[in-house]
Write a protein that binds this ligand. Sequence first.
Ligand code: 2HG
Ligand code: ZN
Length: 464
Amino acid sequence: MNSHALIDELKTLLEPGKVLTDAASLDTYGKDWTKQYAPAPSAIAFPKTTEQVQAIVRWANQRQVALVPSGGRTGLSAAAVAANGEVVVSFDYMNKVLDFNATDRTVVCQPGVITKQLQNLAEENGLYYPVDFASSGSSQIGGNIGTNAGGIKVIRYGMTRNWVAGLKVVTGQGDLLELNKDLVKNATGYDLRQLFIGAEGTLGFIVEATMRLDRAPKNLTAMVLGTADFDAIMPVLHAFQGKLDLTAFEFFSDKALAKVLGRGDVPAPFETACPFYALLEFEATTDDIADTALATFEHCVEQGWVLDGVMSQSEQQLRNLWKLREYISETISHWVPYKNDISVTISKVPAFLREIDAIVSERYPAFDVLWYGHIGDGNLHLNILKPEHMDKDAFFAECALVNTEVFETVRKYNGSISAEHGVGMVKRDYLQYSRSPVEIQYMKAMKAVFDPNGVMNPGKIFSI
Ligand code: 2HG
Ligand code: ZN
């Protein structure tokens, strides 16, 4: 069957107008926020129901057509990139909130619900959806679950996995599975729900998710502290963790801060220039808590760890301090950064970061190297910026050479080559630095069970 006939057949499975093949749609829906791969899908399908998703998957099996799931396309690992003539399955029209249960504190979402929509719904009901990141205004719940998204509140609330009460998925065989039925307690054997979280659509597609909500935090207050050097950041974390329940502990380097301040729309936190900054957040529910935070700050100054600091006094100041951290990724995207999203256990962070920093400063003396990330949970974002006049391919090729050394160090520290962005295509060829050969064999065997014909997002996580 030729490709035109295949697309005509696909059109019969969906409502009229819900398969697009025009150049602009192929370009838009064929890519995510990564810039390494040219989008080249053959069509974009927009199912509106679970039955239509099942029909697409069964047709793909019958016709040996590769499918790529597509949410808000904000991913950073090319897990939702269609670069090889695949059919993209977009969940843009499966974007309804189906139910809210105040007693269970759960929301039933279709996969195309935007993260911010869920956060707003929670807030309107006096509750809180705590998984948060800069792309929450466009990322979709299905994509968050597919990559087990993390973000800025993991230190307190954990990753997306912690908030998934139940899932409905269409497997690679076209079967509909209802997983965990939103139960809090369920000891009936394998929890297949967990397998689909972080599977990047390689086992099946999520068609419904029940998300848990938490109580709303009270009087969130942020501090930005300038530290004397990198080594001071972890003692500062320990000092504050010993005294307060932190909802966030982030860090960024002076170079990362300079890029954000260069935009001209975010005020500097204070005048003292420092090599590194920590941003921490807590619920200042009583004056005592605010006093404890200030006393801990003074202790850190006395120890010589902290050079200057500021504490938010209003919602507006809280938002402005967060912008210093949250705007980094978007701001530096103009420099075509080479990204790393690595993690180790918290106790290993200082030694690990020193070792990685030594590698990159020796190997990239001419490049701008930016550090930032969720250091309170051991997740570091290492971004290397492309010099303005350097060719993009040459730049990425040079960065790839050093990757092996960086990932060897990740392996040495028992860390992860992807803390929260996923493997996708970007890190596919490095999976063995985080997972043993035997483990990868088991993972592939599971893929074969759920997706025997290899039609579900092939080439992501591993090259099958
Ligand atoms: C963040 O923490 C995001 O800002 C993006 O995970 C990280 O730009 C990056 O590398
Ligand atoms: Zn991050």
